[in-house]
Design a protein around this ligand. Structure first.
Ligand code: ATP
Length: 309
């Protein structure tokens, strides 16, 4: 594969289930060696998109290229090169956990060390337990181990930490970081915004079957949805002069007596405008703080705060 070629290139993807349009013209590029998080409310089309990239679903329109190949037509060539987290449908419930992992490892030319992988995901103690007797979190970790044991070039992880305890969650994060350090491309979906913030180089927010915003977590949080400056000073300051000095699109309010809030694109210049204004007004801004929007703020802002059916 050409080194400049993206790991995943999705263009104009459409996927319908009967009357439901699950994916509606979705574009997504996953750079090689990067971690891309696909976020979106329930029903946004994330799983459908991932399953189409994995070759389990055929697009109704648009194109999908994974490592330069067509996931359906070139499935036989692609499968050994990608790691997929199968949910319970893909396993034999009676098989023992570690045997399944060893079996999967043997299907690959250069697998990871099975015992080391099992140990780091806390699966070593349940090696002789049958799949059906594993806890939900253990099944989840086994699915993750099976996805990565073959040293794939690209891994798809659909909600890899859903239902995991905090230790297992951290172990999963460390594993994803190590994959990235080894040059593996990772595509993951998650409902945990902190997870995306911690792990992702690139975040794509999906809503209604298309990508509505994307960028690095930093870019998305810095976006002109803006950040805030808060400070406290004596109540009742005349904010008109501050508003005049601030750039267009900013706002300055006193939500409660003596508490001031400046909203806008917070950069050094804006901060200087605020402190200069304070100096001219002869007030000391107490507890001056610049507050960044979190990815969760941005997500809720973009996808609407209402719970939708
Ligand atoms: P979640 O965060 O809840 O996992 P998602 O973003 O992964 O959601 P999808 O599972 O891709 O969303 O579902 C997108 C839409 O397609 C939903 O409206 C869902 O009900 C519908 N859908 C998904 N799979 C099927 C199917 N096999 N048959 C019919 N409709 C489906």
């Amino acid at each position: 594969m050409h080194s400049q070629e993206p790991a995943v290139l999705v263009t104009g993807l459409v996927k319908r289930y009967g009357d439901t349009t699950a994916v509606n013209g979705l574009d997504l590029t996953v750079r090689r060696g990067s971690v891309t998080a696909v976020l979106g409310p329930n029903g946004a089309g994330k799983t459908t998109t991932i399953e189409t990239c994995e070759g389990y679903r055929r697009p109704d329109a648009g194109t999908v290229r994974v490592l330069g190949l067509d996931p359906v037509a070139d499935a036989a060539r692609l499968r050994p090169r990608i790691g997929v987290m199968l949910q319970s449908g893909g396993v034999y419930p009676g098989a023992r956990a570690l045997e399944m992992l060893r079996h999967t490892a043997r299907l690959h030319a250069h697998p990871l060390d099975v015992d080391a992988l099992a140990a780091r995901l806390g699966l070593d103690s349940c090696g002789r337990t049958s799949y059906r007797r594993l806890s939900g979190g253990q099944q989840q970790r086994l699915a993750l181990a099976m996805a990565v044991v073959g040293r794939p070039e690209l891994v798809f992880l659909d909600e890899p930490t859903a239902g995991l305890d905090p230790h297992a969650r951290r172990a999963t994060w460390d594993l994803v970081r190590d994959l990235r350090a080894d040059g593996v491309s990772v595509v993951l979906t998650t409902h945990h915004m902190d997870e995306a913030e911690q792990l992702a180089d690139h975040v794509a927010i999906v809503d209604g079957g298309r990508v509505i915003a994307e960028g690095s977590p930093d870019e998305l949080c810095r976006g002109d949805a803006g950040n805030t400056v808060r400070f406290q000073a004596r109540p009742g300051l005349d904010l008109q002069t501050l508003l005049k000095a601030l750039p267009d699109g900013s706002d300055a309010t006193e939500p409660s007596p003596g508490s001031y809030l400046v909203e806008g694109t917070v950069d050094p210049q804006l901060l200087a405008t605020v402190t200069t204004w304070c100096a001219q007004a002869g007030v000391m801004p107490e507890r001056l703080a610049v507050e960044r929007h979190t990815l969760e703020d941005v997500f809720l802002e973009l996808t609407g705060r209402d719970l939708r059916g």
